[in-house]
Design a protein around this ligand. Structure first.
Ligand SMILES: Nc1ncnc2c1ncn2[C@@H]1O[C@H](COP(=O)(O)OP(=O)(O)OP(=O)(O)O)[C@@H](O)[C@H]1O
Ligand SMILES: [Mg+2]
Length: 239
């Protein structure tokens, strides 16, 4: 369970996140959505402490995350980002092995896990390739495989399917959904795309100016948008 209690983040004079409270139960796939600059990435990065909150508390399974060592915390959370961030000098297999290696897993266990992850995302033949030889969609799948490699209970994903064409995106979304139904991770996924949110989410949180505008199921958003702002957002993004 992830609990944000009255979290704020101010950059100089910009209030990026404004007294946000949010409780994400274990096993829930929660989508953060909203227009550019509403505070999605900042919120996500405060959960793994790439950004420290200006005020407020974040609890992970009841433990105040500010009392943990940040890089220990991050190893318990898979992180997939739009720009993927694969290390260019390492092969695909070595990229997937990064966190298990940091966790000092034994070599045979790491190798078995890398093989399993590559099969999971259907890219076993690319194990020895370098990131520069991958297509955008392949790189994103490797990014997701890497985020899952150490089997973290929590997955943070920032527009993980953003960089691919609509057809590939839809396939990746369906693959991810099937995977999540099996793995039941606690997932916080950021997107601009309401179609993606409706397809994937157990719950959607729409942010506006660093605050929650609406929090509900996809059905709530489709049937009962609570404001004109949400209605407009649904109209613009719904297929
Ligand atoms: N490092 C930073 N320094 C100064 N301002 C920042 C910084 N990071 C974010 N901001 C500001 O905080 C606000 C929220 O940014 P954030 O990146 O969280 O938005 P977002 O919802 O992820 O947007 P997008 O959909 O464009 O990725 C924006 O006004 C942004 O300009
Ligand atoms: Mg962002």
């Amino acid at each position: 369970m992830i609990q944000l209690e009255n979290i704020s983040k101010t950059f100089h004079t910009t209030v990026a996140v404004d007294r946000l409270s949010l409780e994400i139960p274990t096993g829930q796939l929660c989508v953060l959505i909203g227009s550019s600059g509403c505070g999605k990435t900042t919120t996500l990065k405060m959960i793994n402490r790439l950004i420290e909150p200006s005020s407020g508390t974040i609890l992970i399974d009841g433990v105040d995350s500010s009392t943990l060592i940040a890089h220990d915390l991050r190893r318990t959370m898979g992180y997939a980002i739009q720009s993927v961030g694969l290390l260019p000098h390492l092969t695909v297999a070595q990229n997937i092995a990064v966190v298990p290696t940091l966790l000092q897993w034994e070599k045979p266990k790491i190798e078995a896990r890398v093989t399993e992850m590559l099969e999971l995302v259907g890219l076993a033949h690319l194990a020895k390739s370098l990131p520069k030889s991958l297509s955008g969609g392949q790189a994103q799948r490797i990014g997701v495989a890497r985020a899952l490699a150490a089997d973290p209970p929590i997955l943070l994903m920032d527009e993980p399917f953003g960089a691919v064409d609509p057809l590939t995106r839809e396939r990746l979304q369906r693959e991810f959904l099937a995977l999540q139904q099996r793995l039941q991770k606690t997932v916080v996924l950021v997107t601009h795309d309401m179609n993606e949110a409706v397809l994937l989410a157990d719950r959607i949180v729409l942010l506006k100016n660093g605050r929650i505008e609406q929090d509900g199921t996809p059905k709530d958003f489709l049937e009962q948008p609570i404001s004109e702002y949400v209605e407009d957002f649904m109209r613009m993004t719904r297929r």
